[in-house]
Design a protein around this ligand. Sequence first.
Ligand code: ADP
Ligand code: MG
Length: 475
Amino acid sequence: MSETGGKTVALIRGNAEYQEASLKPTPEIMKLWKKVHNDMRTEFGEAIFRSWLKPLTLQAFYHGTMEVSVPTRFMRDWIQNHYAERILAMCTVNSEDIRRLQIVVVQNSMVDDYADQKNETDSKANQNKKIDVSAISSPLDARFTFDTFVVGKPNALAHAAARRVVESVSIPFNPLFIYGGVGLGKTHLMHAIAHAIEDQWPEKTVMYLSAEKFMYQFVKALRSDAAMAFKEQFRSVDVLMIDDIQFIAGKESTQEEFFHTFNALVDQNKQIIISADKAPSDLTGVDERLRSRLAWGLVADIHPTTYELRLGILQAKRAQLNADVPDSVLEFLALKVTSNVRELEGALNRIVAHADVTKSPISLESTQEVLQDLLRAHDRRITIDEIQRKVAEHYNLRMTDMHSARRARNVARPRQVAMYLAKQLTARSLPEIGRKFGGRDHTTVMHAVRKVEELMNEDAAIAQDVDVIRRALTG
Ligand code: ADP
Ligand code: MG
């Protein structure tokens, strides 16, 4: 035990050496640490300082080693990987006596000894009394398994990562963060992981739910004074899966609660799996601390489908439905219905149902007839090229101005308008849009979108410009 900032702390790993006077830092070292700790604010910025570095506490000094502590293993690993080297450099410029920086985990003794040794007994205890999470967990769709998931280039990484999580005895990466557009198979993959873990590791408690449900449960618990029970329930699972995390954007107290749950589980070495419609860094309205933690494990994106994958999915679906669908029809659908897998499945279901009801065989002609409305909508799809052309025309610019690096206001503003419209009218992601505008970064696109939104609110002329161009494109 040692006194730090008025709080009694206990050492993880049974490190009783701090009691020895020879390890106590000298007043000079203490003073130096105080200065270095203070300087971190300017060196790393206020946000990083507050999220990560503020809790760093000097514990001991011996043989040139400066030993500092943090409250959790998660923080220790993060600081070790991201900031330790620079912190050491900041120490050594102040004193040549310091040669090494050791970061250890020291926990508040009030929190009990929930540390390394306890993790082991914890998992043993869990085996005996498996917690009932069914009241909170969402039901799994029996059709969403690995067997029915068709793997292709666009989803290969996410699929491989999902399998790793199931098959690894230890945790391969934490969290696994899967993201991609609507209807591309995120929920399917999440359910597949949950099914497979339940099959292979029946002793493990898996909690799967949407972020929306997480918030709902949290708010309900707060109202009924059951916040502690809520916390315990979430902290007691072996695998926590949250679908569509983008939902918590802008919901601060839910984020805060999720953040703590997340840290507690990572500290206990429990697997977390998250899905979202965008990358962690693009989750606007989500706290920076949380975003950086979400990106800490493996981030796997599911890309829009390719023709090959669509055809593969259709073939698998045809086999499942046991329906008589000619190859030419599958090829036609794979070519025409490009938006996402959900629509693709919907199209196939429709023509199969139609044939069933009318008792007529499926052909290319009947397909075109049944899917008339859907196909027309797809034919009218707007491209980024078209948007750029229309915007350039409207502002009397050349197409090349859309890609150029010129920053003059009369060029830059229309370019931002075009980026905004590309985001609004196409299903392209921010990085994809950036690439179409002379290889710009996705943050540039995001900035453009926000800027134009802002300008449209303030300036009627711009709002009208955008409206005219939009109507020319969609009309
Ligand atoms: P998301 O959660 O990304 O919006 P879903 O997982 O709900 O998408 O997928 C939409 C539909 O498409 C589901 O019926 C799912 O089974 C199907 N699907 C998506 N990707 C695949 C795939 N690779 N193989 C088979 N079916 C898929
Ligand atoms: Mg989903």
